[in-house]
Write a protein that binds this ligand. Structure first.
Ligand SMILES: *Cc1c(COP(=O)(O)O)cnc(C)c1O
Ligand SMILES: [Zn+2]
Length: 568
């Protein structure tokens, strides 16, 4: 067994891992971290032996067990957590002009959020400590994940959740056999009540971010990310753990939506350990995002303060993130940001819901609103130039939307069909009725031509238009075919690239403007080219809008198109 100790953050005194008290016996400090003797100082040979072993281990977070706080393998409770995919965000990257945006898809955990990692380690640790009944407070996802793992471990769980947690989430907690206690109040009040309940019944209380297990669980995101990035950047298959076959790679940025902040605290510890072991060359910058209705950490950070003021009445629809009292975690994050660089930002809920739609429609990833906060944050940092185009960004895709949030898409999202035409009508009439109904399903009236030679750019624009639903799309991938297409179909609008071999975009604009049959068709130019004053003059008055590739969001293009289209 590997020697593990707990170190107090305040006085650095150490105690054995087997001491379950969260409080430092020397100074009363409440924040402690696990230290692994064999990586401090890093012993290069030991690290080499370890990565050689990793090359033979399976794809779960337990592959890193020497650096996890569970002593005996028989105490491990697993549902196959960890080793979630690291997906390249092709369309989003194309849209933002950033080609190294990677999504760590934590939705693919056993209960659909990255809390599965925490549950796996925390419940295994409970089992190791002989605990059979426990109390936890949660904004939803921890209660679900803990309940699943507690079911397997034979631990009775009392889950205190706020009444704003969606009913479907509460039902899942109950389904696993936990006691669900709905607290009509804030998350911080639920935590308080849970603590009092645990104390009065003398039950084990989960310490959340203060627990060793929590931070150690989250750091496996860093380990996996560095291994997977190593594979991806070496052109290898990132779904297969490589151990020592490639150099490990840390990203330039780690992005996450936060509530109490345990994700980034643990993930940054993981990156620091990899760096200490000499496996990676750096610790990434950190970007954390809170919902602006409950953003005590972002507010303090923006003021430059190392202490955050509590928010007692969170005003956000994003329940998962409603931690109003950040406590010591904020100080820890503040120090991490000072050491490695980065930001904490507040994101308005409206931006979050917009980002939620964008990520789903552009890259096929449906996330819960808490997760969308991070994507809205990504868009913000890219727009402000805080994240540079060449930087490697990893974003924690923290949870799936499936059980919740029915309001996101309203109730008008289906097209209804009732192919009845009377059972006694002749077959031919019935078929005609069906055909009319099918025809009505597709009522696209506006026709848009995309003239673009770069297939990635064409795909991006096509996708933006498709997800909107209202347009018939024609495409041409060079200037001459483009002009022929325009003459043939007379689209309602043309989306035009400027730089193309043969007849370029300028040529098409001029050809259209001198042809009376085409000169009224509005043109939206989407280009990667920096225009000279003369080139600008050539387009002046002839096009409706000009968008710079890699610097517009789907909504920008759509609003330009809507303004340019002739009103029907
Ligand atoms: C818990 C949670 C967060 C916030 O994470 P912390 O690191 O605890 O602040 C974000 N997204 C989802 C889906 C979560 O469940
Ligand atoms: Zn201490």
């Amino acid at each position: 067994m590997v020697a593990i100790e707990i170190e107090c953050r305040a006085c650095h005194a150490r105690r054995p891992l087997t001491n379950p008290s969260p409080t430092c016996p020397h100074c009363g400090g409440q924040w402690a971290e696990a230290r692994y003797q064999w990586i401090e100082p890093a012993d290069k040979e030991a690290v080499d032996r370890w990565t050689a072993v990793l090359a033979r281990r399976g794809a779960s977070l337990w592959r890193y067990r020497e650096l996890l706080p569970i002593g005996h393998a028989e105490n491990i409770i697993t549902l196959g957590e960890g080793w979630t995919p690291l997906l390249r965000a092709h369309n989003l990257g194309q849209m933002l002009g950033h080609h190294h945006i990677y999504i760590k898809d934590e939705r693919q955990g056993p209960t659909g959020s990255f809390k599965d990692r925490q549950a796996a380690i925390a419940i295994s640790a409970m089992k190791e400590a002989g605990i059979t009944e426990a109390v936890v407070a949660s904004t939803g996802n921890v209660a679900i994940a803990y309940s699943a793992y507690c079911a397997r471990a034979g631990i009775k769980l009392w889950a205190f959740v706020t009444s704003s947690v969606p009913a479907d989430k509460m039902r899942e907690v109950a389904l696993y056999g936990s006691e669900v206690i709905k607290v009509a109040g804030t998350y911080d009040q639920a935590k308080q009540i849970a603590a009092e309940f645990a104390a009065s019944k003398n039950l084990f209380l989960d310490q959340g971010i203060k627990a060793i297990a929590t931070k150690e669980a989250m750091k496996t995101i860093a380990f996996e990310t560095a291994e997977q990035l190593g594979s991806l950047l070496a052109g290898d298959d990132p779904t297969i753990p490589h151990g020592n076959r490639h150099p490990w790679r840390a990203p330039d940025w780690y992005l996450q939506a936060i509530s109490g902040g345990m994700g980034p605290v643990g993930v940054m510890k993981g990156f620091a350990e990899l760096h200490e072991m000499g496996l990676t060359g750096r610790v990434p910058k950190l970007a954390c995002f809170q919902s602006s209705g409950c953003a005590p950490m972002a507010e303090a950070f923006q003021r430059g303060a190392r202490q955050a003021e509590a928010i007692l009445n969170p005003l956000t629809d994003i329940t998962t993130l409603a931690t109003g009292i950040p406590g010591e975690a904020y100080e820890v994050l503040f120090d991490l940001l000072a050491a490695h660089g980065g930001v904490i930002e507040a994101i308005p809920d409206a931006d979050t819901f917009h980002a939620l739609h964008t990520v789903a429609k552009m890259d096929g990833i449906s996330v819960e609103p808490a997760t969308a906060v991070a994507f809205a944050g990504l868009f913000k940092l890219v727009r402000e130039g805080i994240i540079a185009p060449h930087e490697i960004v990893v974003i924690n895709c923290s949870g799936h939307t499936f059980p919740v949030e029915k309001h996101i898409i309203g109730d008008q999202y289906t097209r209804n069909m009732a192919p009845t035409n009377g059972q006694d009508a002749p077959t031919s009439a019935r078929q005609e009725g069906l055909l009319t109904a099918l025809e009505e399903l597709d009522n696209r009236v506006q026709r848009i031509a995309i003239i673009e030679d770069n297939p990635d750019a064409a795909r991006l624009i096509r996708r933006i238009l498709q997800a909107q639903g209202d347009f018939l799309i024609d495409e041409a991938n060079n200037g001459l075919d483009g002009l022929r297409l325009i003459q043939q179909v007379r689209p309602n609008l043309v989306i035009l690239d400027l730089m193309m071999p043969g007849l370029d975009g300028f040529g098409i604009v001029e050809a259209m403007k001198t042809n009376p049959a085409l000169h009224e068709i509005p043109i939206v130019v989407v280009t990667a080219k920096e225009l000279s004053p003369i080139e600008r003059q050539r387009l002046d008055g002839k096009i409706k809008a000009l968008l710079q590739k890699g610097s517009f969001l789907d909504s920008d293009l759509l609003s330009d198109i809507k303004q340019a289209l002739p009103q029907t």
